[in-house]
Design a protein around this ligand. Structure first.
Ligand code: EPU
Length: 434
């Protein structure tokens, strides 16, 4: 297994580009099951999760080929409806196969994905929605069995205790585009990644109205065709890179961003006293260094356009080095604070009050051997390592590779010192002391 060795304390400078969005590319890959035609998907990030989704689609019978560094061709001529546990348990996002399988084949058998380190991730809203669309659902032996022979358009409300559901909305849309009649989805998620999926489906011939809003109206069509689609830029990767600039008090520019997708982060950064500049025509944002001390902030994660939960850990890392008391509350995944104990090992002061972290800024973090627990927690630890004094060794960075393409190369291009090494390289005394 690989580890990162980060030599902290170097300031960054220069320009770096964000790639295509993982959380758009995954449901978009699943959507290719809705047609026997060929789909060409561009700007696909090179990530373990993407390769994994390709593997599942191949298992289901599709021809899946990577035709360029970031382009894939998928042709789901003949496909079957069963996604087994051995595959699904490795990636939660496989649940977004349910909608397209039901839409195309009128049946699906997808293993329930099981536990997740960021907290319980039920799929009750997905099942309630499919049920409203006329499907019969049965959970047996760890599998969701969906009989979609009665699939039809209907009204459905997708709001849950933590707001709308992103993958649940994607699933309902993908089932509804081929369902006879009209489907009305209220409290639909309006994350940019859902919008991107809808835009691809429209290219395939789907009839979707209200794209980007909480109310979608879908008129089912008899069939969809292949298409070419370019995945939208990854707002979370872009945000992580901007925060790398902020935590090292550097000037860096992130290219390939859609500023309109970054408003909540930019607003929080502004509240913190971190200057940034948007160059909308060129799709880039520059973050500037500041002489004055940063201000503490109060942040609550919410569905889009609120502050994204996928940037909470990285923002929290920044607040550990921001004077005063910051409050960070998780409304989407109340238990998503696995990064906190690791940041404490680096000298951070954070105490938990239910789903809120109270962060008391310290002058310095100190490098330490630490452990990545999930994708965004890993990113937060990398940011902390960049700003810490001394060496930080991060183990289990395979979590990071699920969602960031060559993060260390992008950061090193900006002047960071991040090395990817084999875990045997960790000095013994550090592991034993840790
Ligand atoms: N929820 C329910 N019932 C459901 C579905 C969701 O109660 O049937 C709850 C969840 O437990 C959570 C909230 O609703 O509290 C939101 O969950 P959602 O379904 O929106 O999350 P998701 O679709 O499973 C996607 C991203 C996550 C991201 C969330 C929130 C993908 C593949 N995953 O997950 O990304 O955190 O939306 O924006 O798109 C990541 O990239 O690190 C990541 C975890």
């Amino acid at each position: 297994m690989d580890v990162f060795r980060i030599e902290g304390g170097h300031s960054l400078s220069g320009t770096v580009e964000a790639g295509g969005a993982k959380n758009a590319a995954l449901p978009i890959f699943a959507a290719t099951l809705l047609t026997a035609g060929t789909c060409r998907i561009n700007a696909v990030p090179d990530l373990t999760d993407i390769r994994f989704m390709g593997k599942i689609l191949r298992y289901l019978g599709a021809r899946v080929e990577q035709v360029g560094p970031h382009s894939w061709e998928i042709e789901a001529g003949e496909v079957h409806h069963r996604a087994p546990y051995e595959l699904v348990r490795q990636m939660r996002a496989s649940v977004c196969l349910l909608g397209p399988l039901v839409g195309r084949l009128r049946q699906a058998e997808v293993s329930l994905p099981g536990g997740c380190v960021i907290g319980p991730r039920p799929i009750d809203l997905h099942l309630k929605g499919l049920n409203r669309l006329g499907c019969e659902i049965d959970i047996r032996n760890g599998y969701v069995h969906v009989d979609g022979s009665g699939l039809h358009g209907d009204y459905l409300y997708l709001g849950g205790r933590h707001g709308s559901t992103v993958t649940g909305t994607a699933n309902m849309i993908m089932a509804a585009v081929l369902a006879p009649g009209t489907t009305r989805i209220e409290s639909a998620a309006c994350e940019p990644e859902v919008v991107d999926l809808c835009q691809m489906l429209v290219k395939m011939g789907a009839k979707i109205h209200g794209i980007g809003s909480h109310y979608l109206k879908i008129e089912g069509v008899a069939e969809l065709t292949g298409c070419e689609h370019t995945v939208l830029p990854d707002r979370i990767e872009a945000g992580t890179l901007l925060l790398a600039g902020a935590i090292t008090n550097s000037e860096i520019t992130v290219q390939n961003v859609i500023p309109g997708h970054m408003r909540a982060l930019l607003d929080a950064m502004e509240g913190c006293g971190i200057p940034s500049e948007i160059l909308p025509d060129e799709r880039q944002i520059t973050v500037h260094p500041t002489e004055s001390p940063r201000n503490p902030v109060e942040i609550i994660t919410l569905p889009h356009p609120g502050f994204p939960t996928d940037l909470q850990a990285q923002m929290l890392a920044l607040m550990t080095l921001t004077p005063g008391l910051s409050f960070i509350t998780e409304r989407v995944y109340p238990n998503r604070f696995m990064h906190v104990p690791e940041l404490l090992r680096m000298g951070a002061h954070v105490s938990m009050e239910g789903p809120s972290a109270v962060v008391k800024g310290v002058d310095k973090l100190y490098g330490a051997p630490i452990m990545a627990s999930d994708l965004r927690a890993s990113a937060a630890l990398v940011l902390a390592g960049l700003a810490a004094e001394g060496e930080t060794w991060i183990q289990r960075i395979y979590h990071l590779d699920r969602g960031y393409e060559k993060l260390e190369e992008k950061l090193n291009k900006l002047g960071a010192r991040v090395e990817r090494l084999n875990e045997d390289s960790i000095p013994r005394e550090l592991v034993e002391a840790g």
